[in-house]
Design a protein around this ligand. Structure first.
Ligand code: GCO
Length: 475
């Protein structure tokens, strides 16, 4: 087989998130966020009753983290800012200078070694004070968020040219507001998810226009959003399975992508109709899925310079075989379809994560058709192992090689894909799973106060691909 190369300007990196790595939860003026609050007040919601108080202690180890980026020959690094480290109460009237200084040091250290910083403004750690006002259920969140975004662009936009407003709206809204699988564990399936969905995409759009109007003219960067897009394919070729699959796609990612990237705007049609019907049957006078005003719809539509895709896996969707095997605890009640994972797909340490064949190619070509081929970045992709696996993570290496072959197929298919970020640089706090599932190319010793980082086998494989721009399956 002819050897295929990644383009020279293709951005290879890794990704992390503030609450998962930083620690220093109450140091130097940082305010409390919803993960601090939940893990301190409700510790048993976390599988190993742990929290991110210290995590990988990247707040104190950031220079070592940048050294790891150099060891991996990365072009780029995607990381998130802790809103409450910058604005302790969430509101822009009180900026914490130590928070700004920390991120300045971090960014400058990357730039010293030519590593392109990619900033996520929000990766799930809402300031607790804002949650007390309703968080994403309160429509004013979009204004508070836009004020926060302005502080970020003002302080870092001279050096940072890639901004991602939100990481994974579905996980924020469905898991946080519609279930108990992420903070703030509100479990308001019927309405919470959809209130959040509407307010979040408006918050995204307002921040986008803060960038576009006030900063882009002088800073010249890009601002986009990251949505989790796993691949859903019909279990059989029946019309029912095809329709169930489409509803599943609209509910999982279309709800967030369609208002921003489609030529139609607003929430996706079939899903909106379904929720309207269900709501009527359930005795609601109005649909549980809120509508956009014409003005809101226009504001949101087209408000992104790129589409960040977090992609991990795939599922088969069946209309009739209801929940034959359902590894996704996060199935909204509003989608009745069953989720099937074939036996032969390799399993990770996470219930929801298997190696689904060609899932990157399938997902990205679908998005390309739906949304007129915007600029894409894969902003997360990775594999989990149990802690016992240690450094011999052969399956993670296999996963990355397989995924990156699919990335090459995706480029061949004409998808406008510009980069790939592996999840993750280092082991970190895996949300409700605590430290029981590991995603790092480097392992972190969480028993050791120094939080020593050590490369796994997969780190050498990834580095080889990144620095040679092709996949050597014999390496
Ligand atoms: C995500 C998550 C990451 C997780 C990773 C593995 O953006 O999906 O933000 O934080 O750690 O996906 O579950």
């Amino acid at each position: 087989r002819q050897q295929r190369k990644f383009p020279d300007d293709f951005l290879f990196g890794t990704a992390t998130a503030s609450y998962q790595i930083e620690g220093a939860w109450n140091e130097d003026g940082k305010g409390e966020n919803i993960w601090d609050y939940m893990t301190h007040n409700n510790p048993t919601v976390i599988k190993d009753v742990s929290n991110g108080d210290i995590a990988a202690d990247s707040y104190h180890n950031y220079k070592r983290d940048v050294e790891i980026m150099r060891e991996l020959s990365l072009d780029a690094y995607r990381f998130s800012l802790s809103w409450s480290r910058i604005l302790p109460t969430g509101m822009a009237n009180e900026v914490n200078p130590a928070g700004i200084e920390f991120y300045n040091n971090y960014i400058n250290e990357m730039l010293k070694y030519n590593i392109t910083p990619m900033i996520t403004l929000y990766h799930w750690d809402l300031p607790q004070k804002l949650q007390e006002l309703g968080g994403f259920a309160n429509p004013y969140i979009s204004d508070w968020y836009a004020d926060y975004a302005r502080v970020v662009f003002e302080n870092f936009g001279d050096r940072v040219k890639h901004f991602i407003t939100f990481n994974e709206p579905r996980e924020i809204c469905f898991q946080g507001y519609g279930s108990t699988t992420k903070a703030p564990i509100l479990n308001s399936t019927a309405v919470g998810t959809y209130l959040c969905a509407k307010h979040l995409v408006i918050a995204h759009a307002k921040a986008y226009y803060v960038y576009d109007n006030e900063f882009r003219p002088t800073q010249g960067g890009q601002c986009g959003i990251t949505i989790s897009v796993n691949w859903f394919a019909p279990y059989t070729d029946s019309d029912e399975d095809h329709f169930a699959t489409e509803i599943k796609r609209q509910s999982e990612w279309g709800l967030y992508a369609h208002p921003i990237f489609s030529s139609e705007g607003g929430f996706p049609k079939e899903f909106s109709q379904r929720i309207a019907e269900k709501s009527a049957q359930q005795g609601y006078a109005k649909s549980r899925l809120p509508e956009f005003t014409a003005e809101e719809k226009a504001l949101v539509q087209g408000s992104s310079d790129f589409f960040g895709v977090n992609h991990y896996t795939g599922y088969l969707i069946s209309a009739t075989q209801n929940k034959v095997e359902n590894p996704v605890p996060s199935m909204p009640d509003d989608v009745d379809a069953g989720t099937i994972v074939p036996e032969e797909w390799p399993k990770s340490a996470s219930t929801w994560l298997t190696l689904a064949p060609n899932s990157i190619l399938n997902a990205l070509t679908d998005l390309k058709e739906r949304y007129n081929n915007p600029i894409f970045y894969i902003t997360e992709n990775g594999w989990s192992t149990p802690p016992e696996t240690g450094l011999d993570d052969d399956m993670r290496g296999t996963y990355y090689r397989t995924a990156l072959e699919s990335v090459l197929d995706t480029l061949d298919a004409g998808v406008n894909l510009k980069g790939y970020m592996a999840w993750s640089l280092i082991d970190n706090f895996e949300w409700m799973q605590g430290y029981a599932e590991r995603f790092g190319l480097y392992s972190v010793d969480f028993e050791d106060p120094a939080r020593t980082r050590t490369p796994r086998k997969s780190a050498f494989i990834y580095k080889h691909i990144v620095s040679n721009r092709f996949i050597d399956h014999t390496y």
